[in-house]
Design a protein around this ligand. Structure first.
Ligand SMILES: CC(=O)SCCNC(=O)CCNC(=O)[C@H](O)C(C)(C)COP(=O)(O)OP(=O)(O)OC[C@H]1O[C@@H](n2cnc3c(N)ncnc32)[C@H](O)[C@@H]1OP(=O)(O)O
Ligand SMILES: CC(C)C(=O)C(=O)O
Length: 523
């Protein structure tokens, strides 16, 4: 392989629209394919395999349109070793300024058995079909499907035939994800050393991820001498998928010290196209997917967050901006520590002293134990609610039974000026029963003027913020509380309002003029 001016340049051949679309359920519409092709072209993909034109009218039309709209990328279509397929492919791609016919046949014993061709008969088919393709298009790629399970001697023989018939790229597919890095490198090296004419063509690698080794196998093939990697965005593709474009491109960028090869991809465009491919294919990216997963640049545990705040290189080997992300994310959760909580509070505009941080941290951990992820709004709600040791009434515990079978029953345990008191009450629903039980413990004539529930964030584990307004003899007091359990939040908000009322009663008795108090029990 030396027919490129830059021997260290790795050509990126994207097959999201062909092999990627072969993922069961990943079918994309015509317009979606055009959009993705445009994004691939923009990000510097060298060759776009736009589809399999013989497969359907729709595929033919999409490939033709992509070919007409192409700007920088070479547009390729796939064709079986059949003149009809090759003709149809050429019809679709001929409008592109740069085009390629990619024709293939299965060469392993298992695949030779399907059309029942002998080794010699298959060699003839390869000669005829590559020649036919080359007569139509000056850029032909040939693939021995299931190459990694094909006898190496036979592989050398048929590759020589394809090169002589005019193929300028020889792709070595690991169709079923069977090879391993050492073998992948060795095979390419052996082919380049053995096959006459190998120096005049580019060897490509096309790996599947059945054993989770597609990226490693592709890079090993490059180490062995391949200079084209076939891949897809998000690793979309048959079964466990193809090599992920973002993985090989970023691996070559980050570890250029030991893998001194480069691509022409604008890596800052990776995140956007990844999200678009996920959206149009309906294949969500797994959270822990390398490079493009939601967690790829997120750090939740305290030690990591502390390290990241001091120096991002402690736990990140690439900058989020390099793949088009605006920044690292430090989501708060049960593994987070004080450093990250303080940083988050500062970002949200709360200046907290060490004592307050200690107190908020305890409540934050309690919340994080109940909630998968603690969002900014949860932190704000946490800062707005809390308990005061000086309060007359404190909730100790509560239990509520409710359902379709009868009235709800609530048992409340409270500390009233240091004394433990328990009461049980029935009510029309869990909140009514809870408020009645609290009234039994602390009898009062306050009227409930307002009871309001609001979800702080999305999801069934979201915190609810409950606001309660009480009025007694013209004195108004409000209480607010947030909790993942709406009934607990209701009880706490009601008790908060009662505590304020108690304080107000005393102050009114002392002659102070405070007709309206809004209590947000900030600690
Ligand atoms: C590893 C890969 O990703 S290869 C690409 C796989 N992608 C696809 O198959 C998607 C598009 N495919 C299709 O739409 C259809 O399979 C078509 C239109 C190509 C063919 O449809 P049909 O004519 O109904 O054939 P069917 O799909 O049932 O079987 C495939 C035929 O192609 C033959 N075939 C398979 N690969 C090749 C090849 N490389 N060269 C020649 N013939 C081949 C099979 O032997 C079989 O032939 P048969 O019908 O004489 O038994
Ligand atoms: C058509 C070939 C390259 C293929 O997709 C495979 O072998 O996986």
């Amino acid at each position: 392989m030396t027919n490129t001016s830059d021997k260290d340049r790795v050509v990126i051949f994207d097959t999201t629209l062909r092999d990627g679309e072969q993922s069961p359920g990943a079918t994309m519409t015509h317009n979606e394919k055009l959009e993705i092709a445009g994004l691939l072209d923009d990000m510097g993909v060298d060759i776009i395999e736009a589809g399999f034109p013989i497969a359907s009218e729709g595929d033919f039309n999409a490939v033709s349109e992509i070919a007409k709209n192409s700007r920088n990328s070479r547009i390729c279509g796939l064709a079986r070793a059949k003149t009809g397929d090759i003709d149809r492919c050429w019809e679709a791609i001929k409008h592109a300024e740069k085009n390629r016919i990619h024709t293939f046949i299965g060469t392993s014993p298992l695949h030779r058995a399907i059309p029942n061709l002998s080794m010699d008969e298959m060699a003839d088919v390869i000669h005829q079909t590559v020649t036919h393709a080359r007569n139509l298009c000056d850029n032909v790629q040939w693939s021995p499907m299931d190459a990694t399970r094909t006898e190496w001697d036979y592989l050398c023989r048929v590759i020589e035939i394809a090169i002589k018939a005019g193929a300028s790229t020889i792709n070595i597919p690991d169709t079923v994800g069977y090879t391993a890095p050492m073998e992948s490198a060795e095979l390419i090296k052996k082919l380049i050393e053995t096959v006459p004419g190998a120096d005049d063509v580019i060897f490509a690698t096309h790996c599947h991820n059945d054993l989770g080794m597609a990226t490693a196998n592709s890079l090993a093939a490059v180490a062995g001498g391949a200079r084209q990697i076939e891949c897809t965005i998000n690793g979309l593709g048959e079964r466990a998928g193809n090599t992920a474009l973002e993985e090989v491109v970023m691996a070559l960028k980050v570890r250029n010290d030991i893998m001194p090869w480069h691509t022409g991809i604008d890596t800052k465009k990776i995140m956007h196209i990844s999200r678009r491919v996920a959206a149009v294919s309906g294949f969500a990216v797994q959270f822990n997917k390398a490079i493009v997963g939601k967690n790829a640049f997120a750090h939740e545990s305290g030690i990591h967050q502390d390290g990241m705040l001091k120096n991002a290189e402690t736990f990140e080997i690439m900058r989020p901006a390099d793949v088009g992300l605006s920044g690292t994310s430090l989501p708060l959760g049960k593994h987070s520590g004080r450093a990250a909580l303080r940083d988050k509070l500062n970002t949200l505009g709360f200046e907290v002293g060490d004592n307050q941080l200690k107190d908020v941290f305890v409540r934050f951990k309690e919340l994080a134990d109940r909630k998968k992820e603690v969002f900014d709004d949860d932190i704000i709600a946490l800062m707005r609610t809390g308990t005061d040791d000086d309060d007359h009434l404190q909730l100790v515990s509560m239990k509520v039974v409710c359902g379709t079978g009868g009235p709800a029953e609530s048992t409340i345990e409270m500390e009233v000026d240091g004394q433990d008191v328990t009461a049980t009450a029935e009510g029309d629903g869990p909140v009514d029963a809870t408020f009645k039980a609290i009234r039994e413990i602390h009898p009062n004539t306050a009227q409930l003027q307002l009871y309001q529930v609001q979800a702080v964030t999305a999801g069934t584990d979201a915190q609810a913020t409950v606001s309660v307004r009480l009025e007694e003899d013209g004195i108004i007091a409000t209480g607010e509380s947030a909790n993942t359990d709406t009934v607990v939040a209701s009880a706490k908000a009601y008790i908060s309002a009662l505590n304020r009322l108690i304080v107000r009663r005393g102050k009114v008795g002392e002659g102070a003029d405070t007709r309206e108090i809004s209590y947000k029990d900030i600690t």
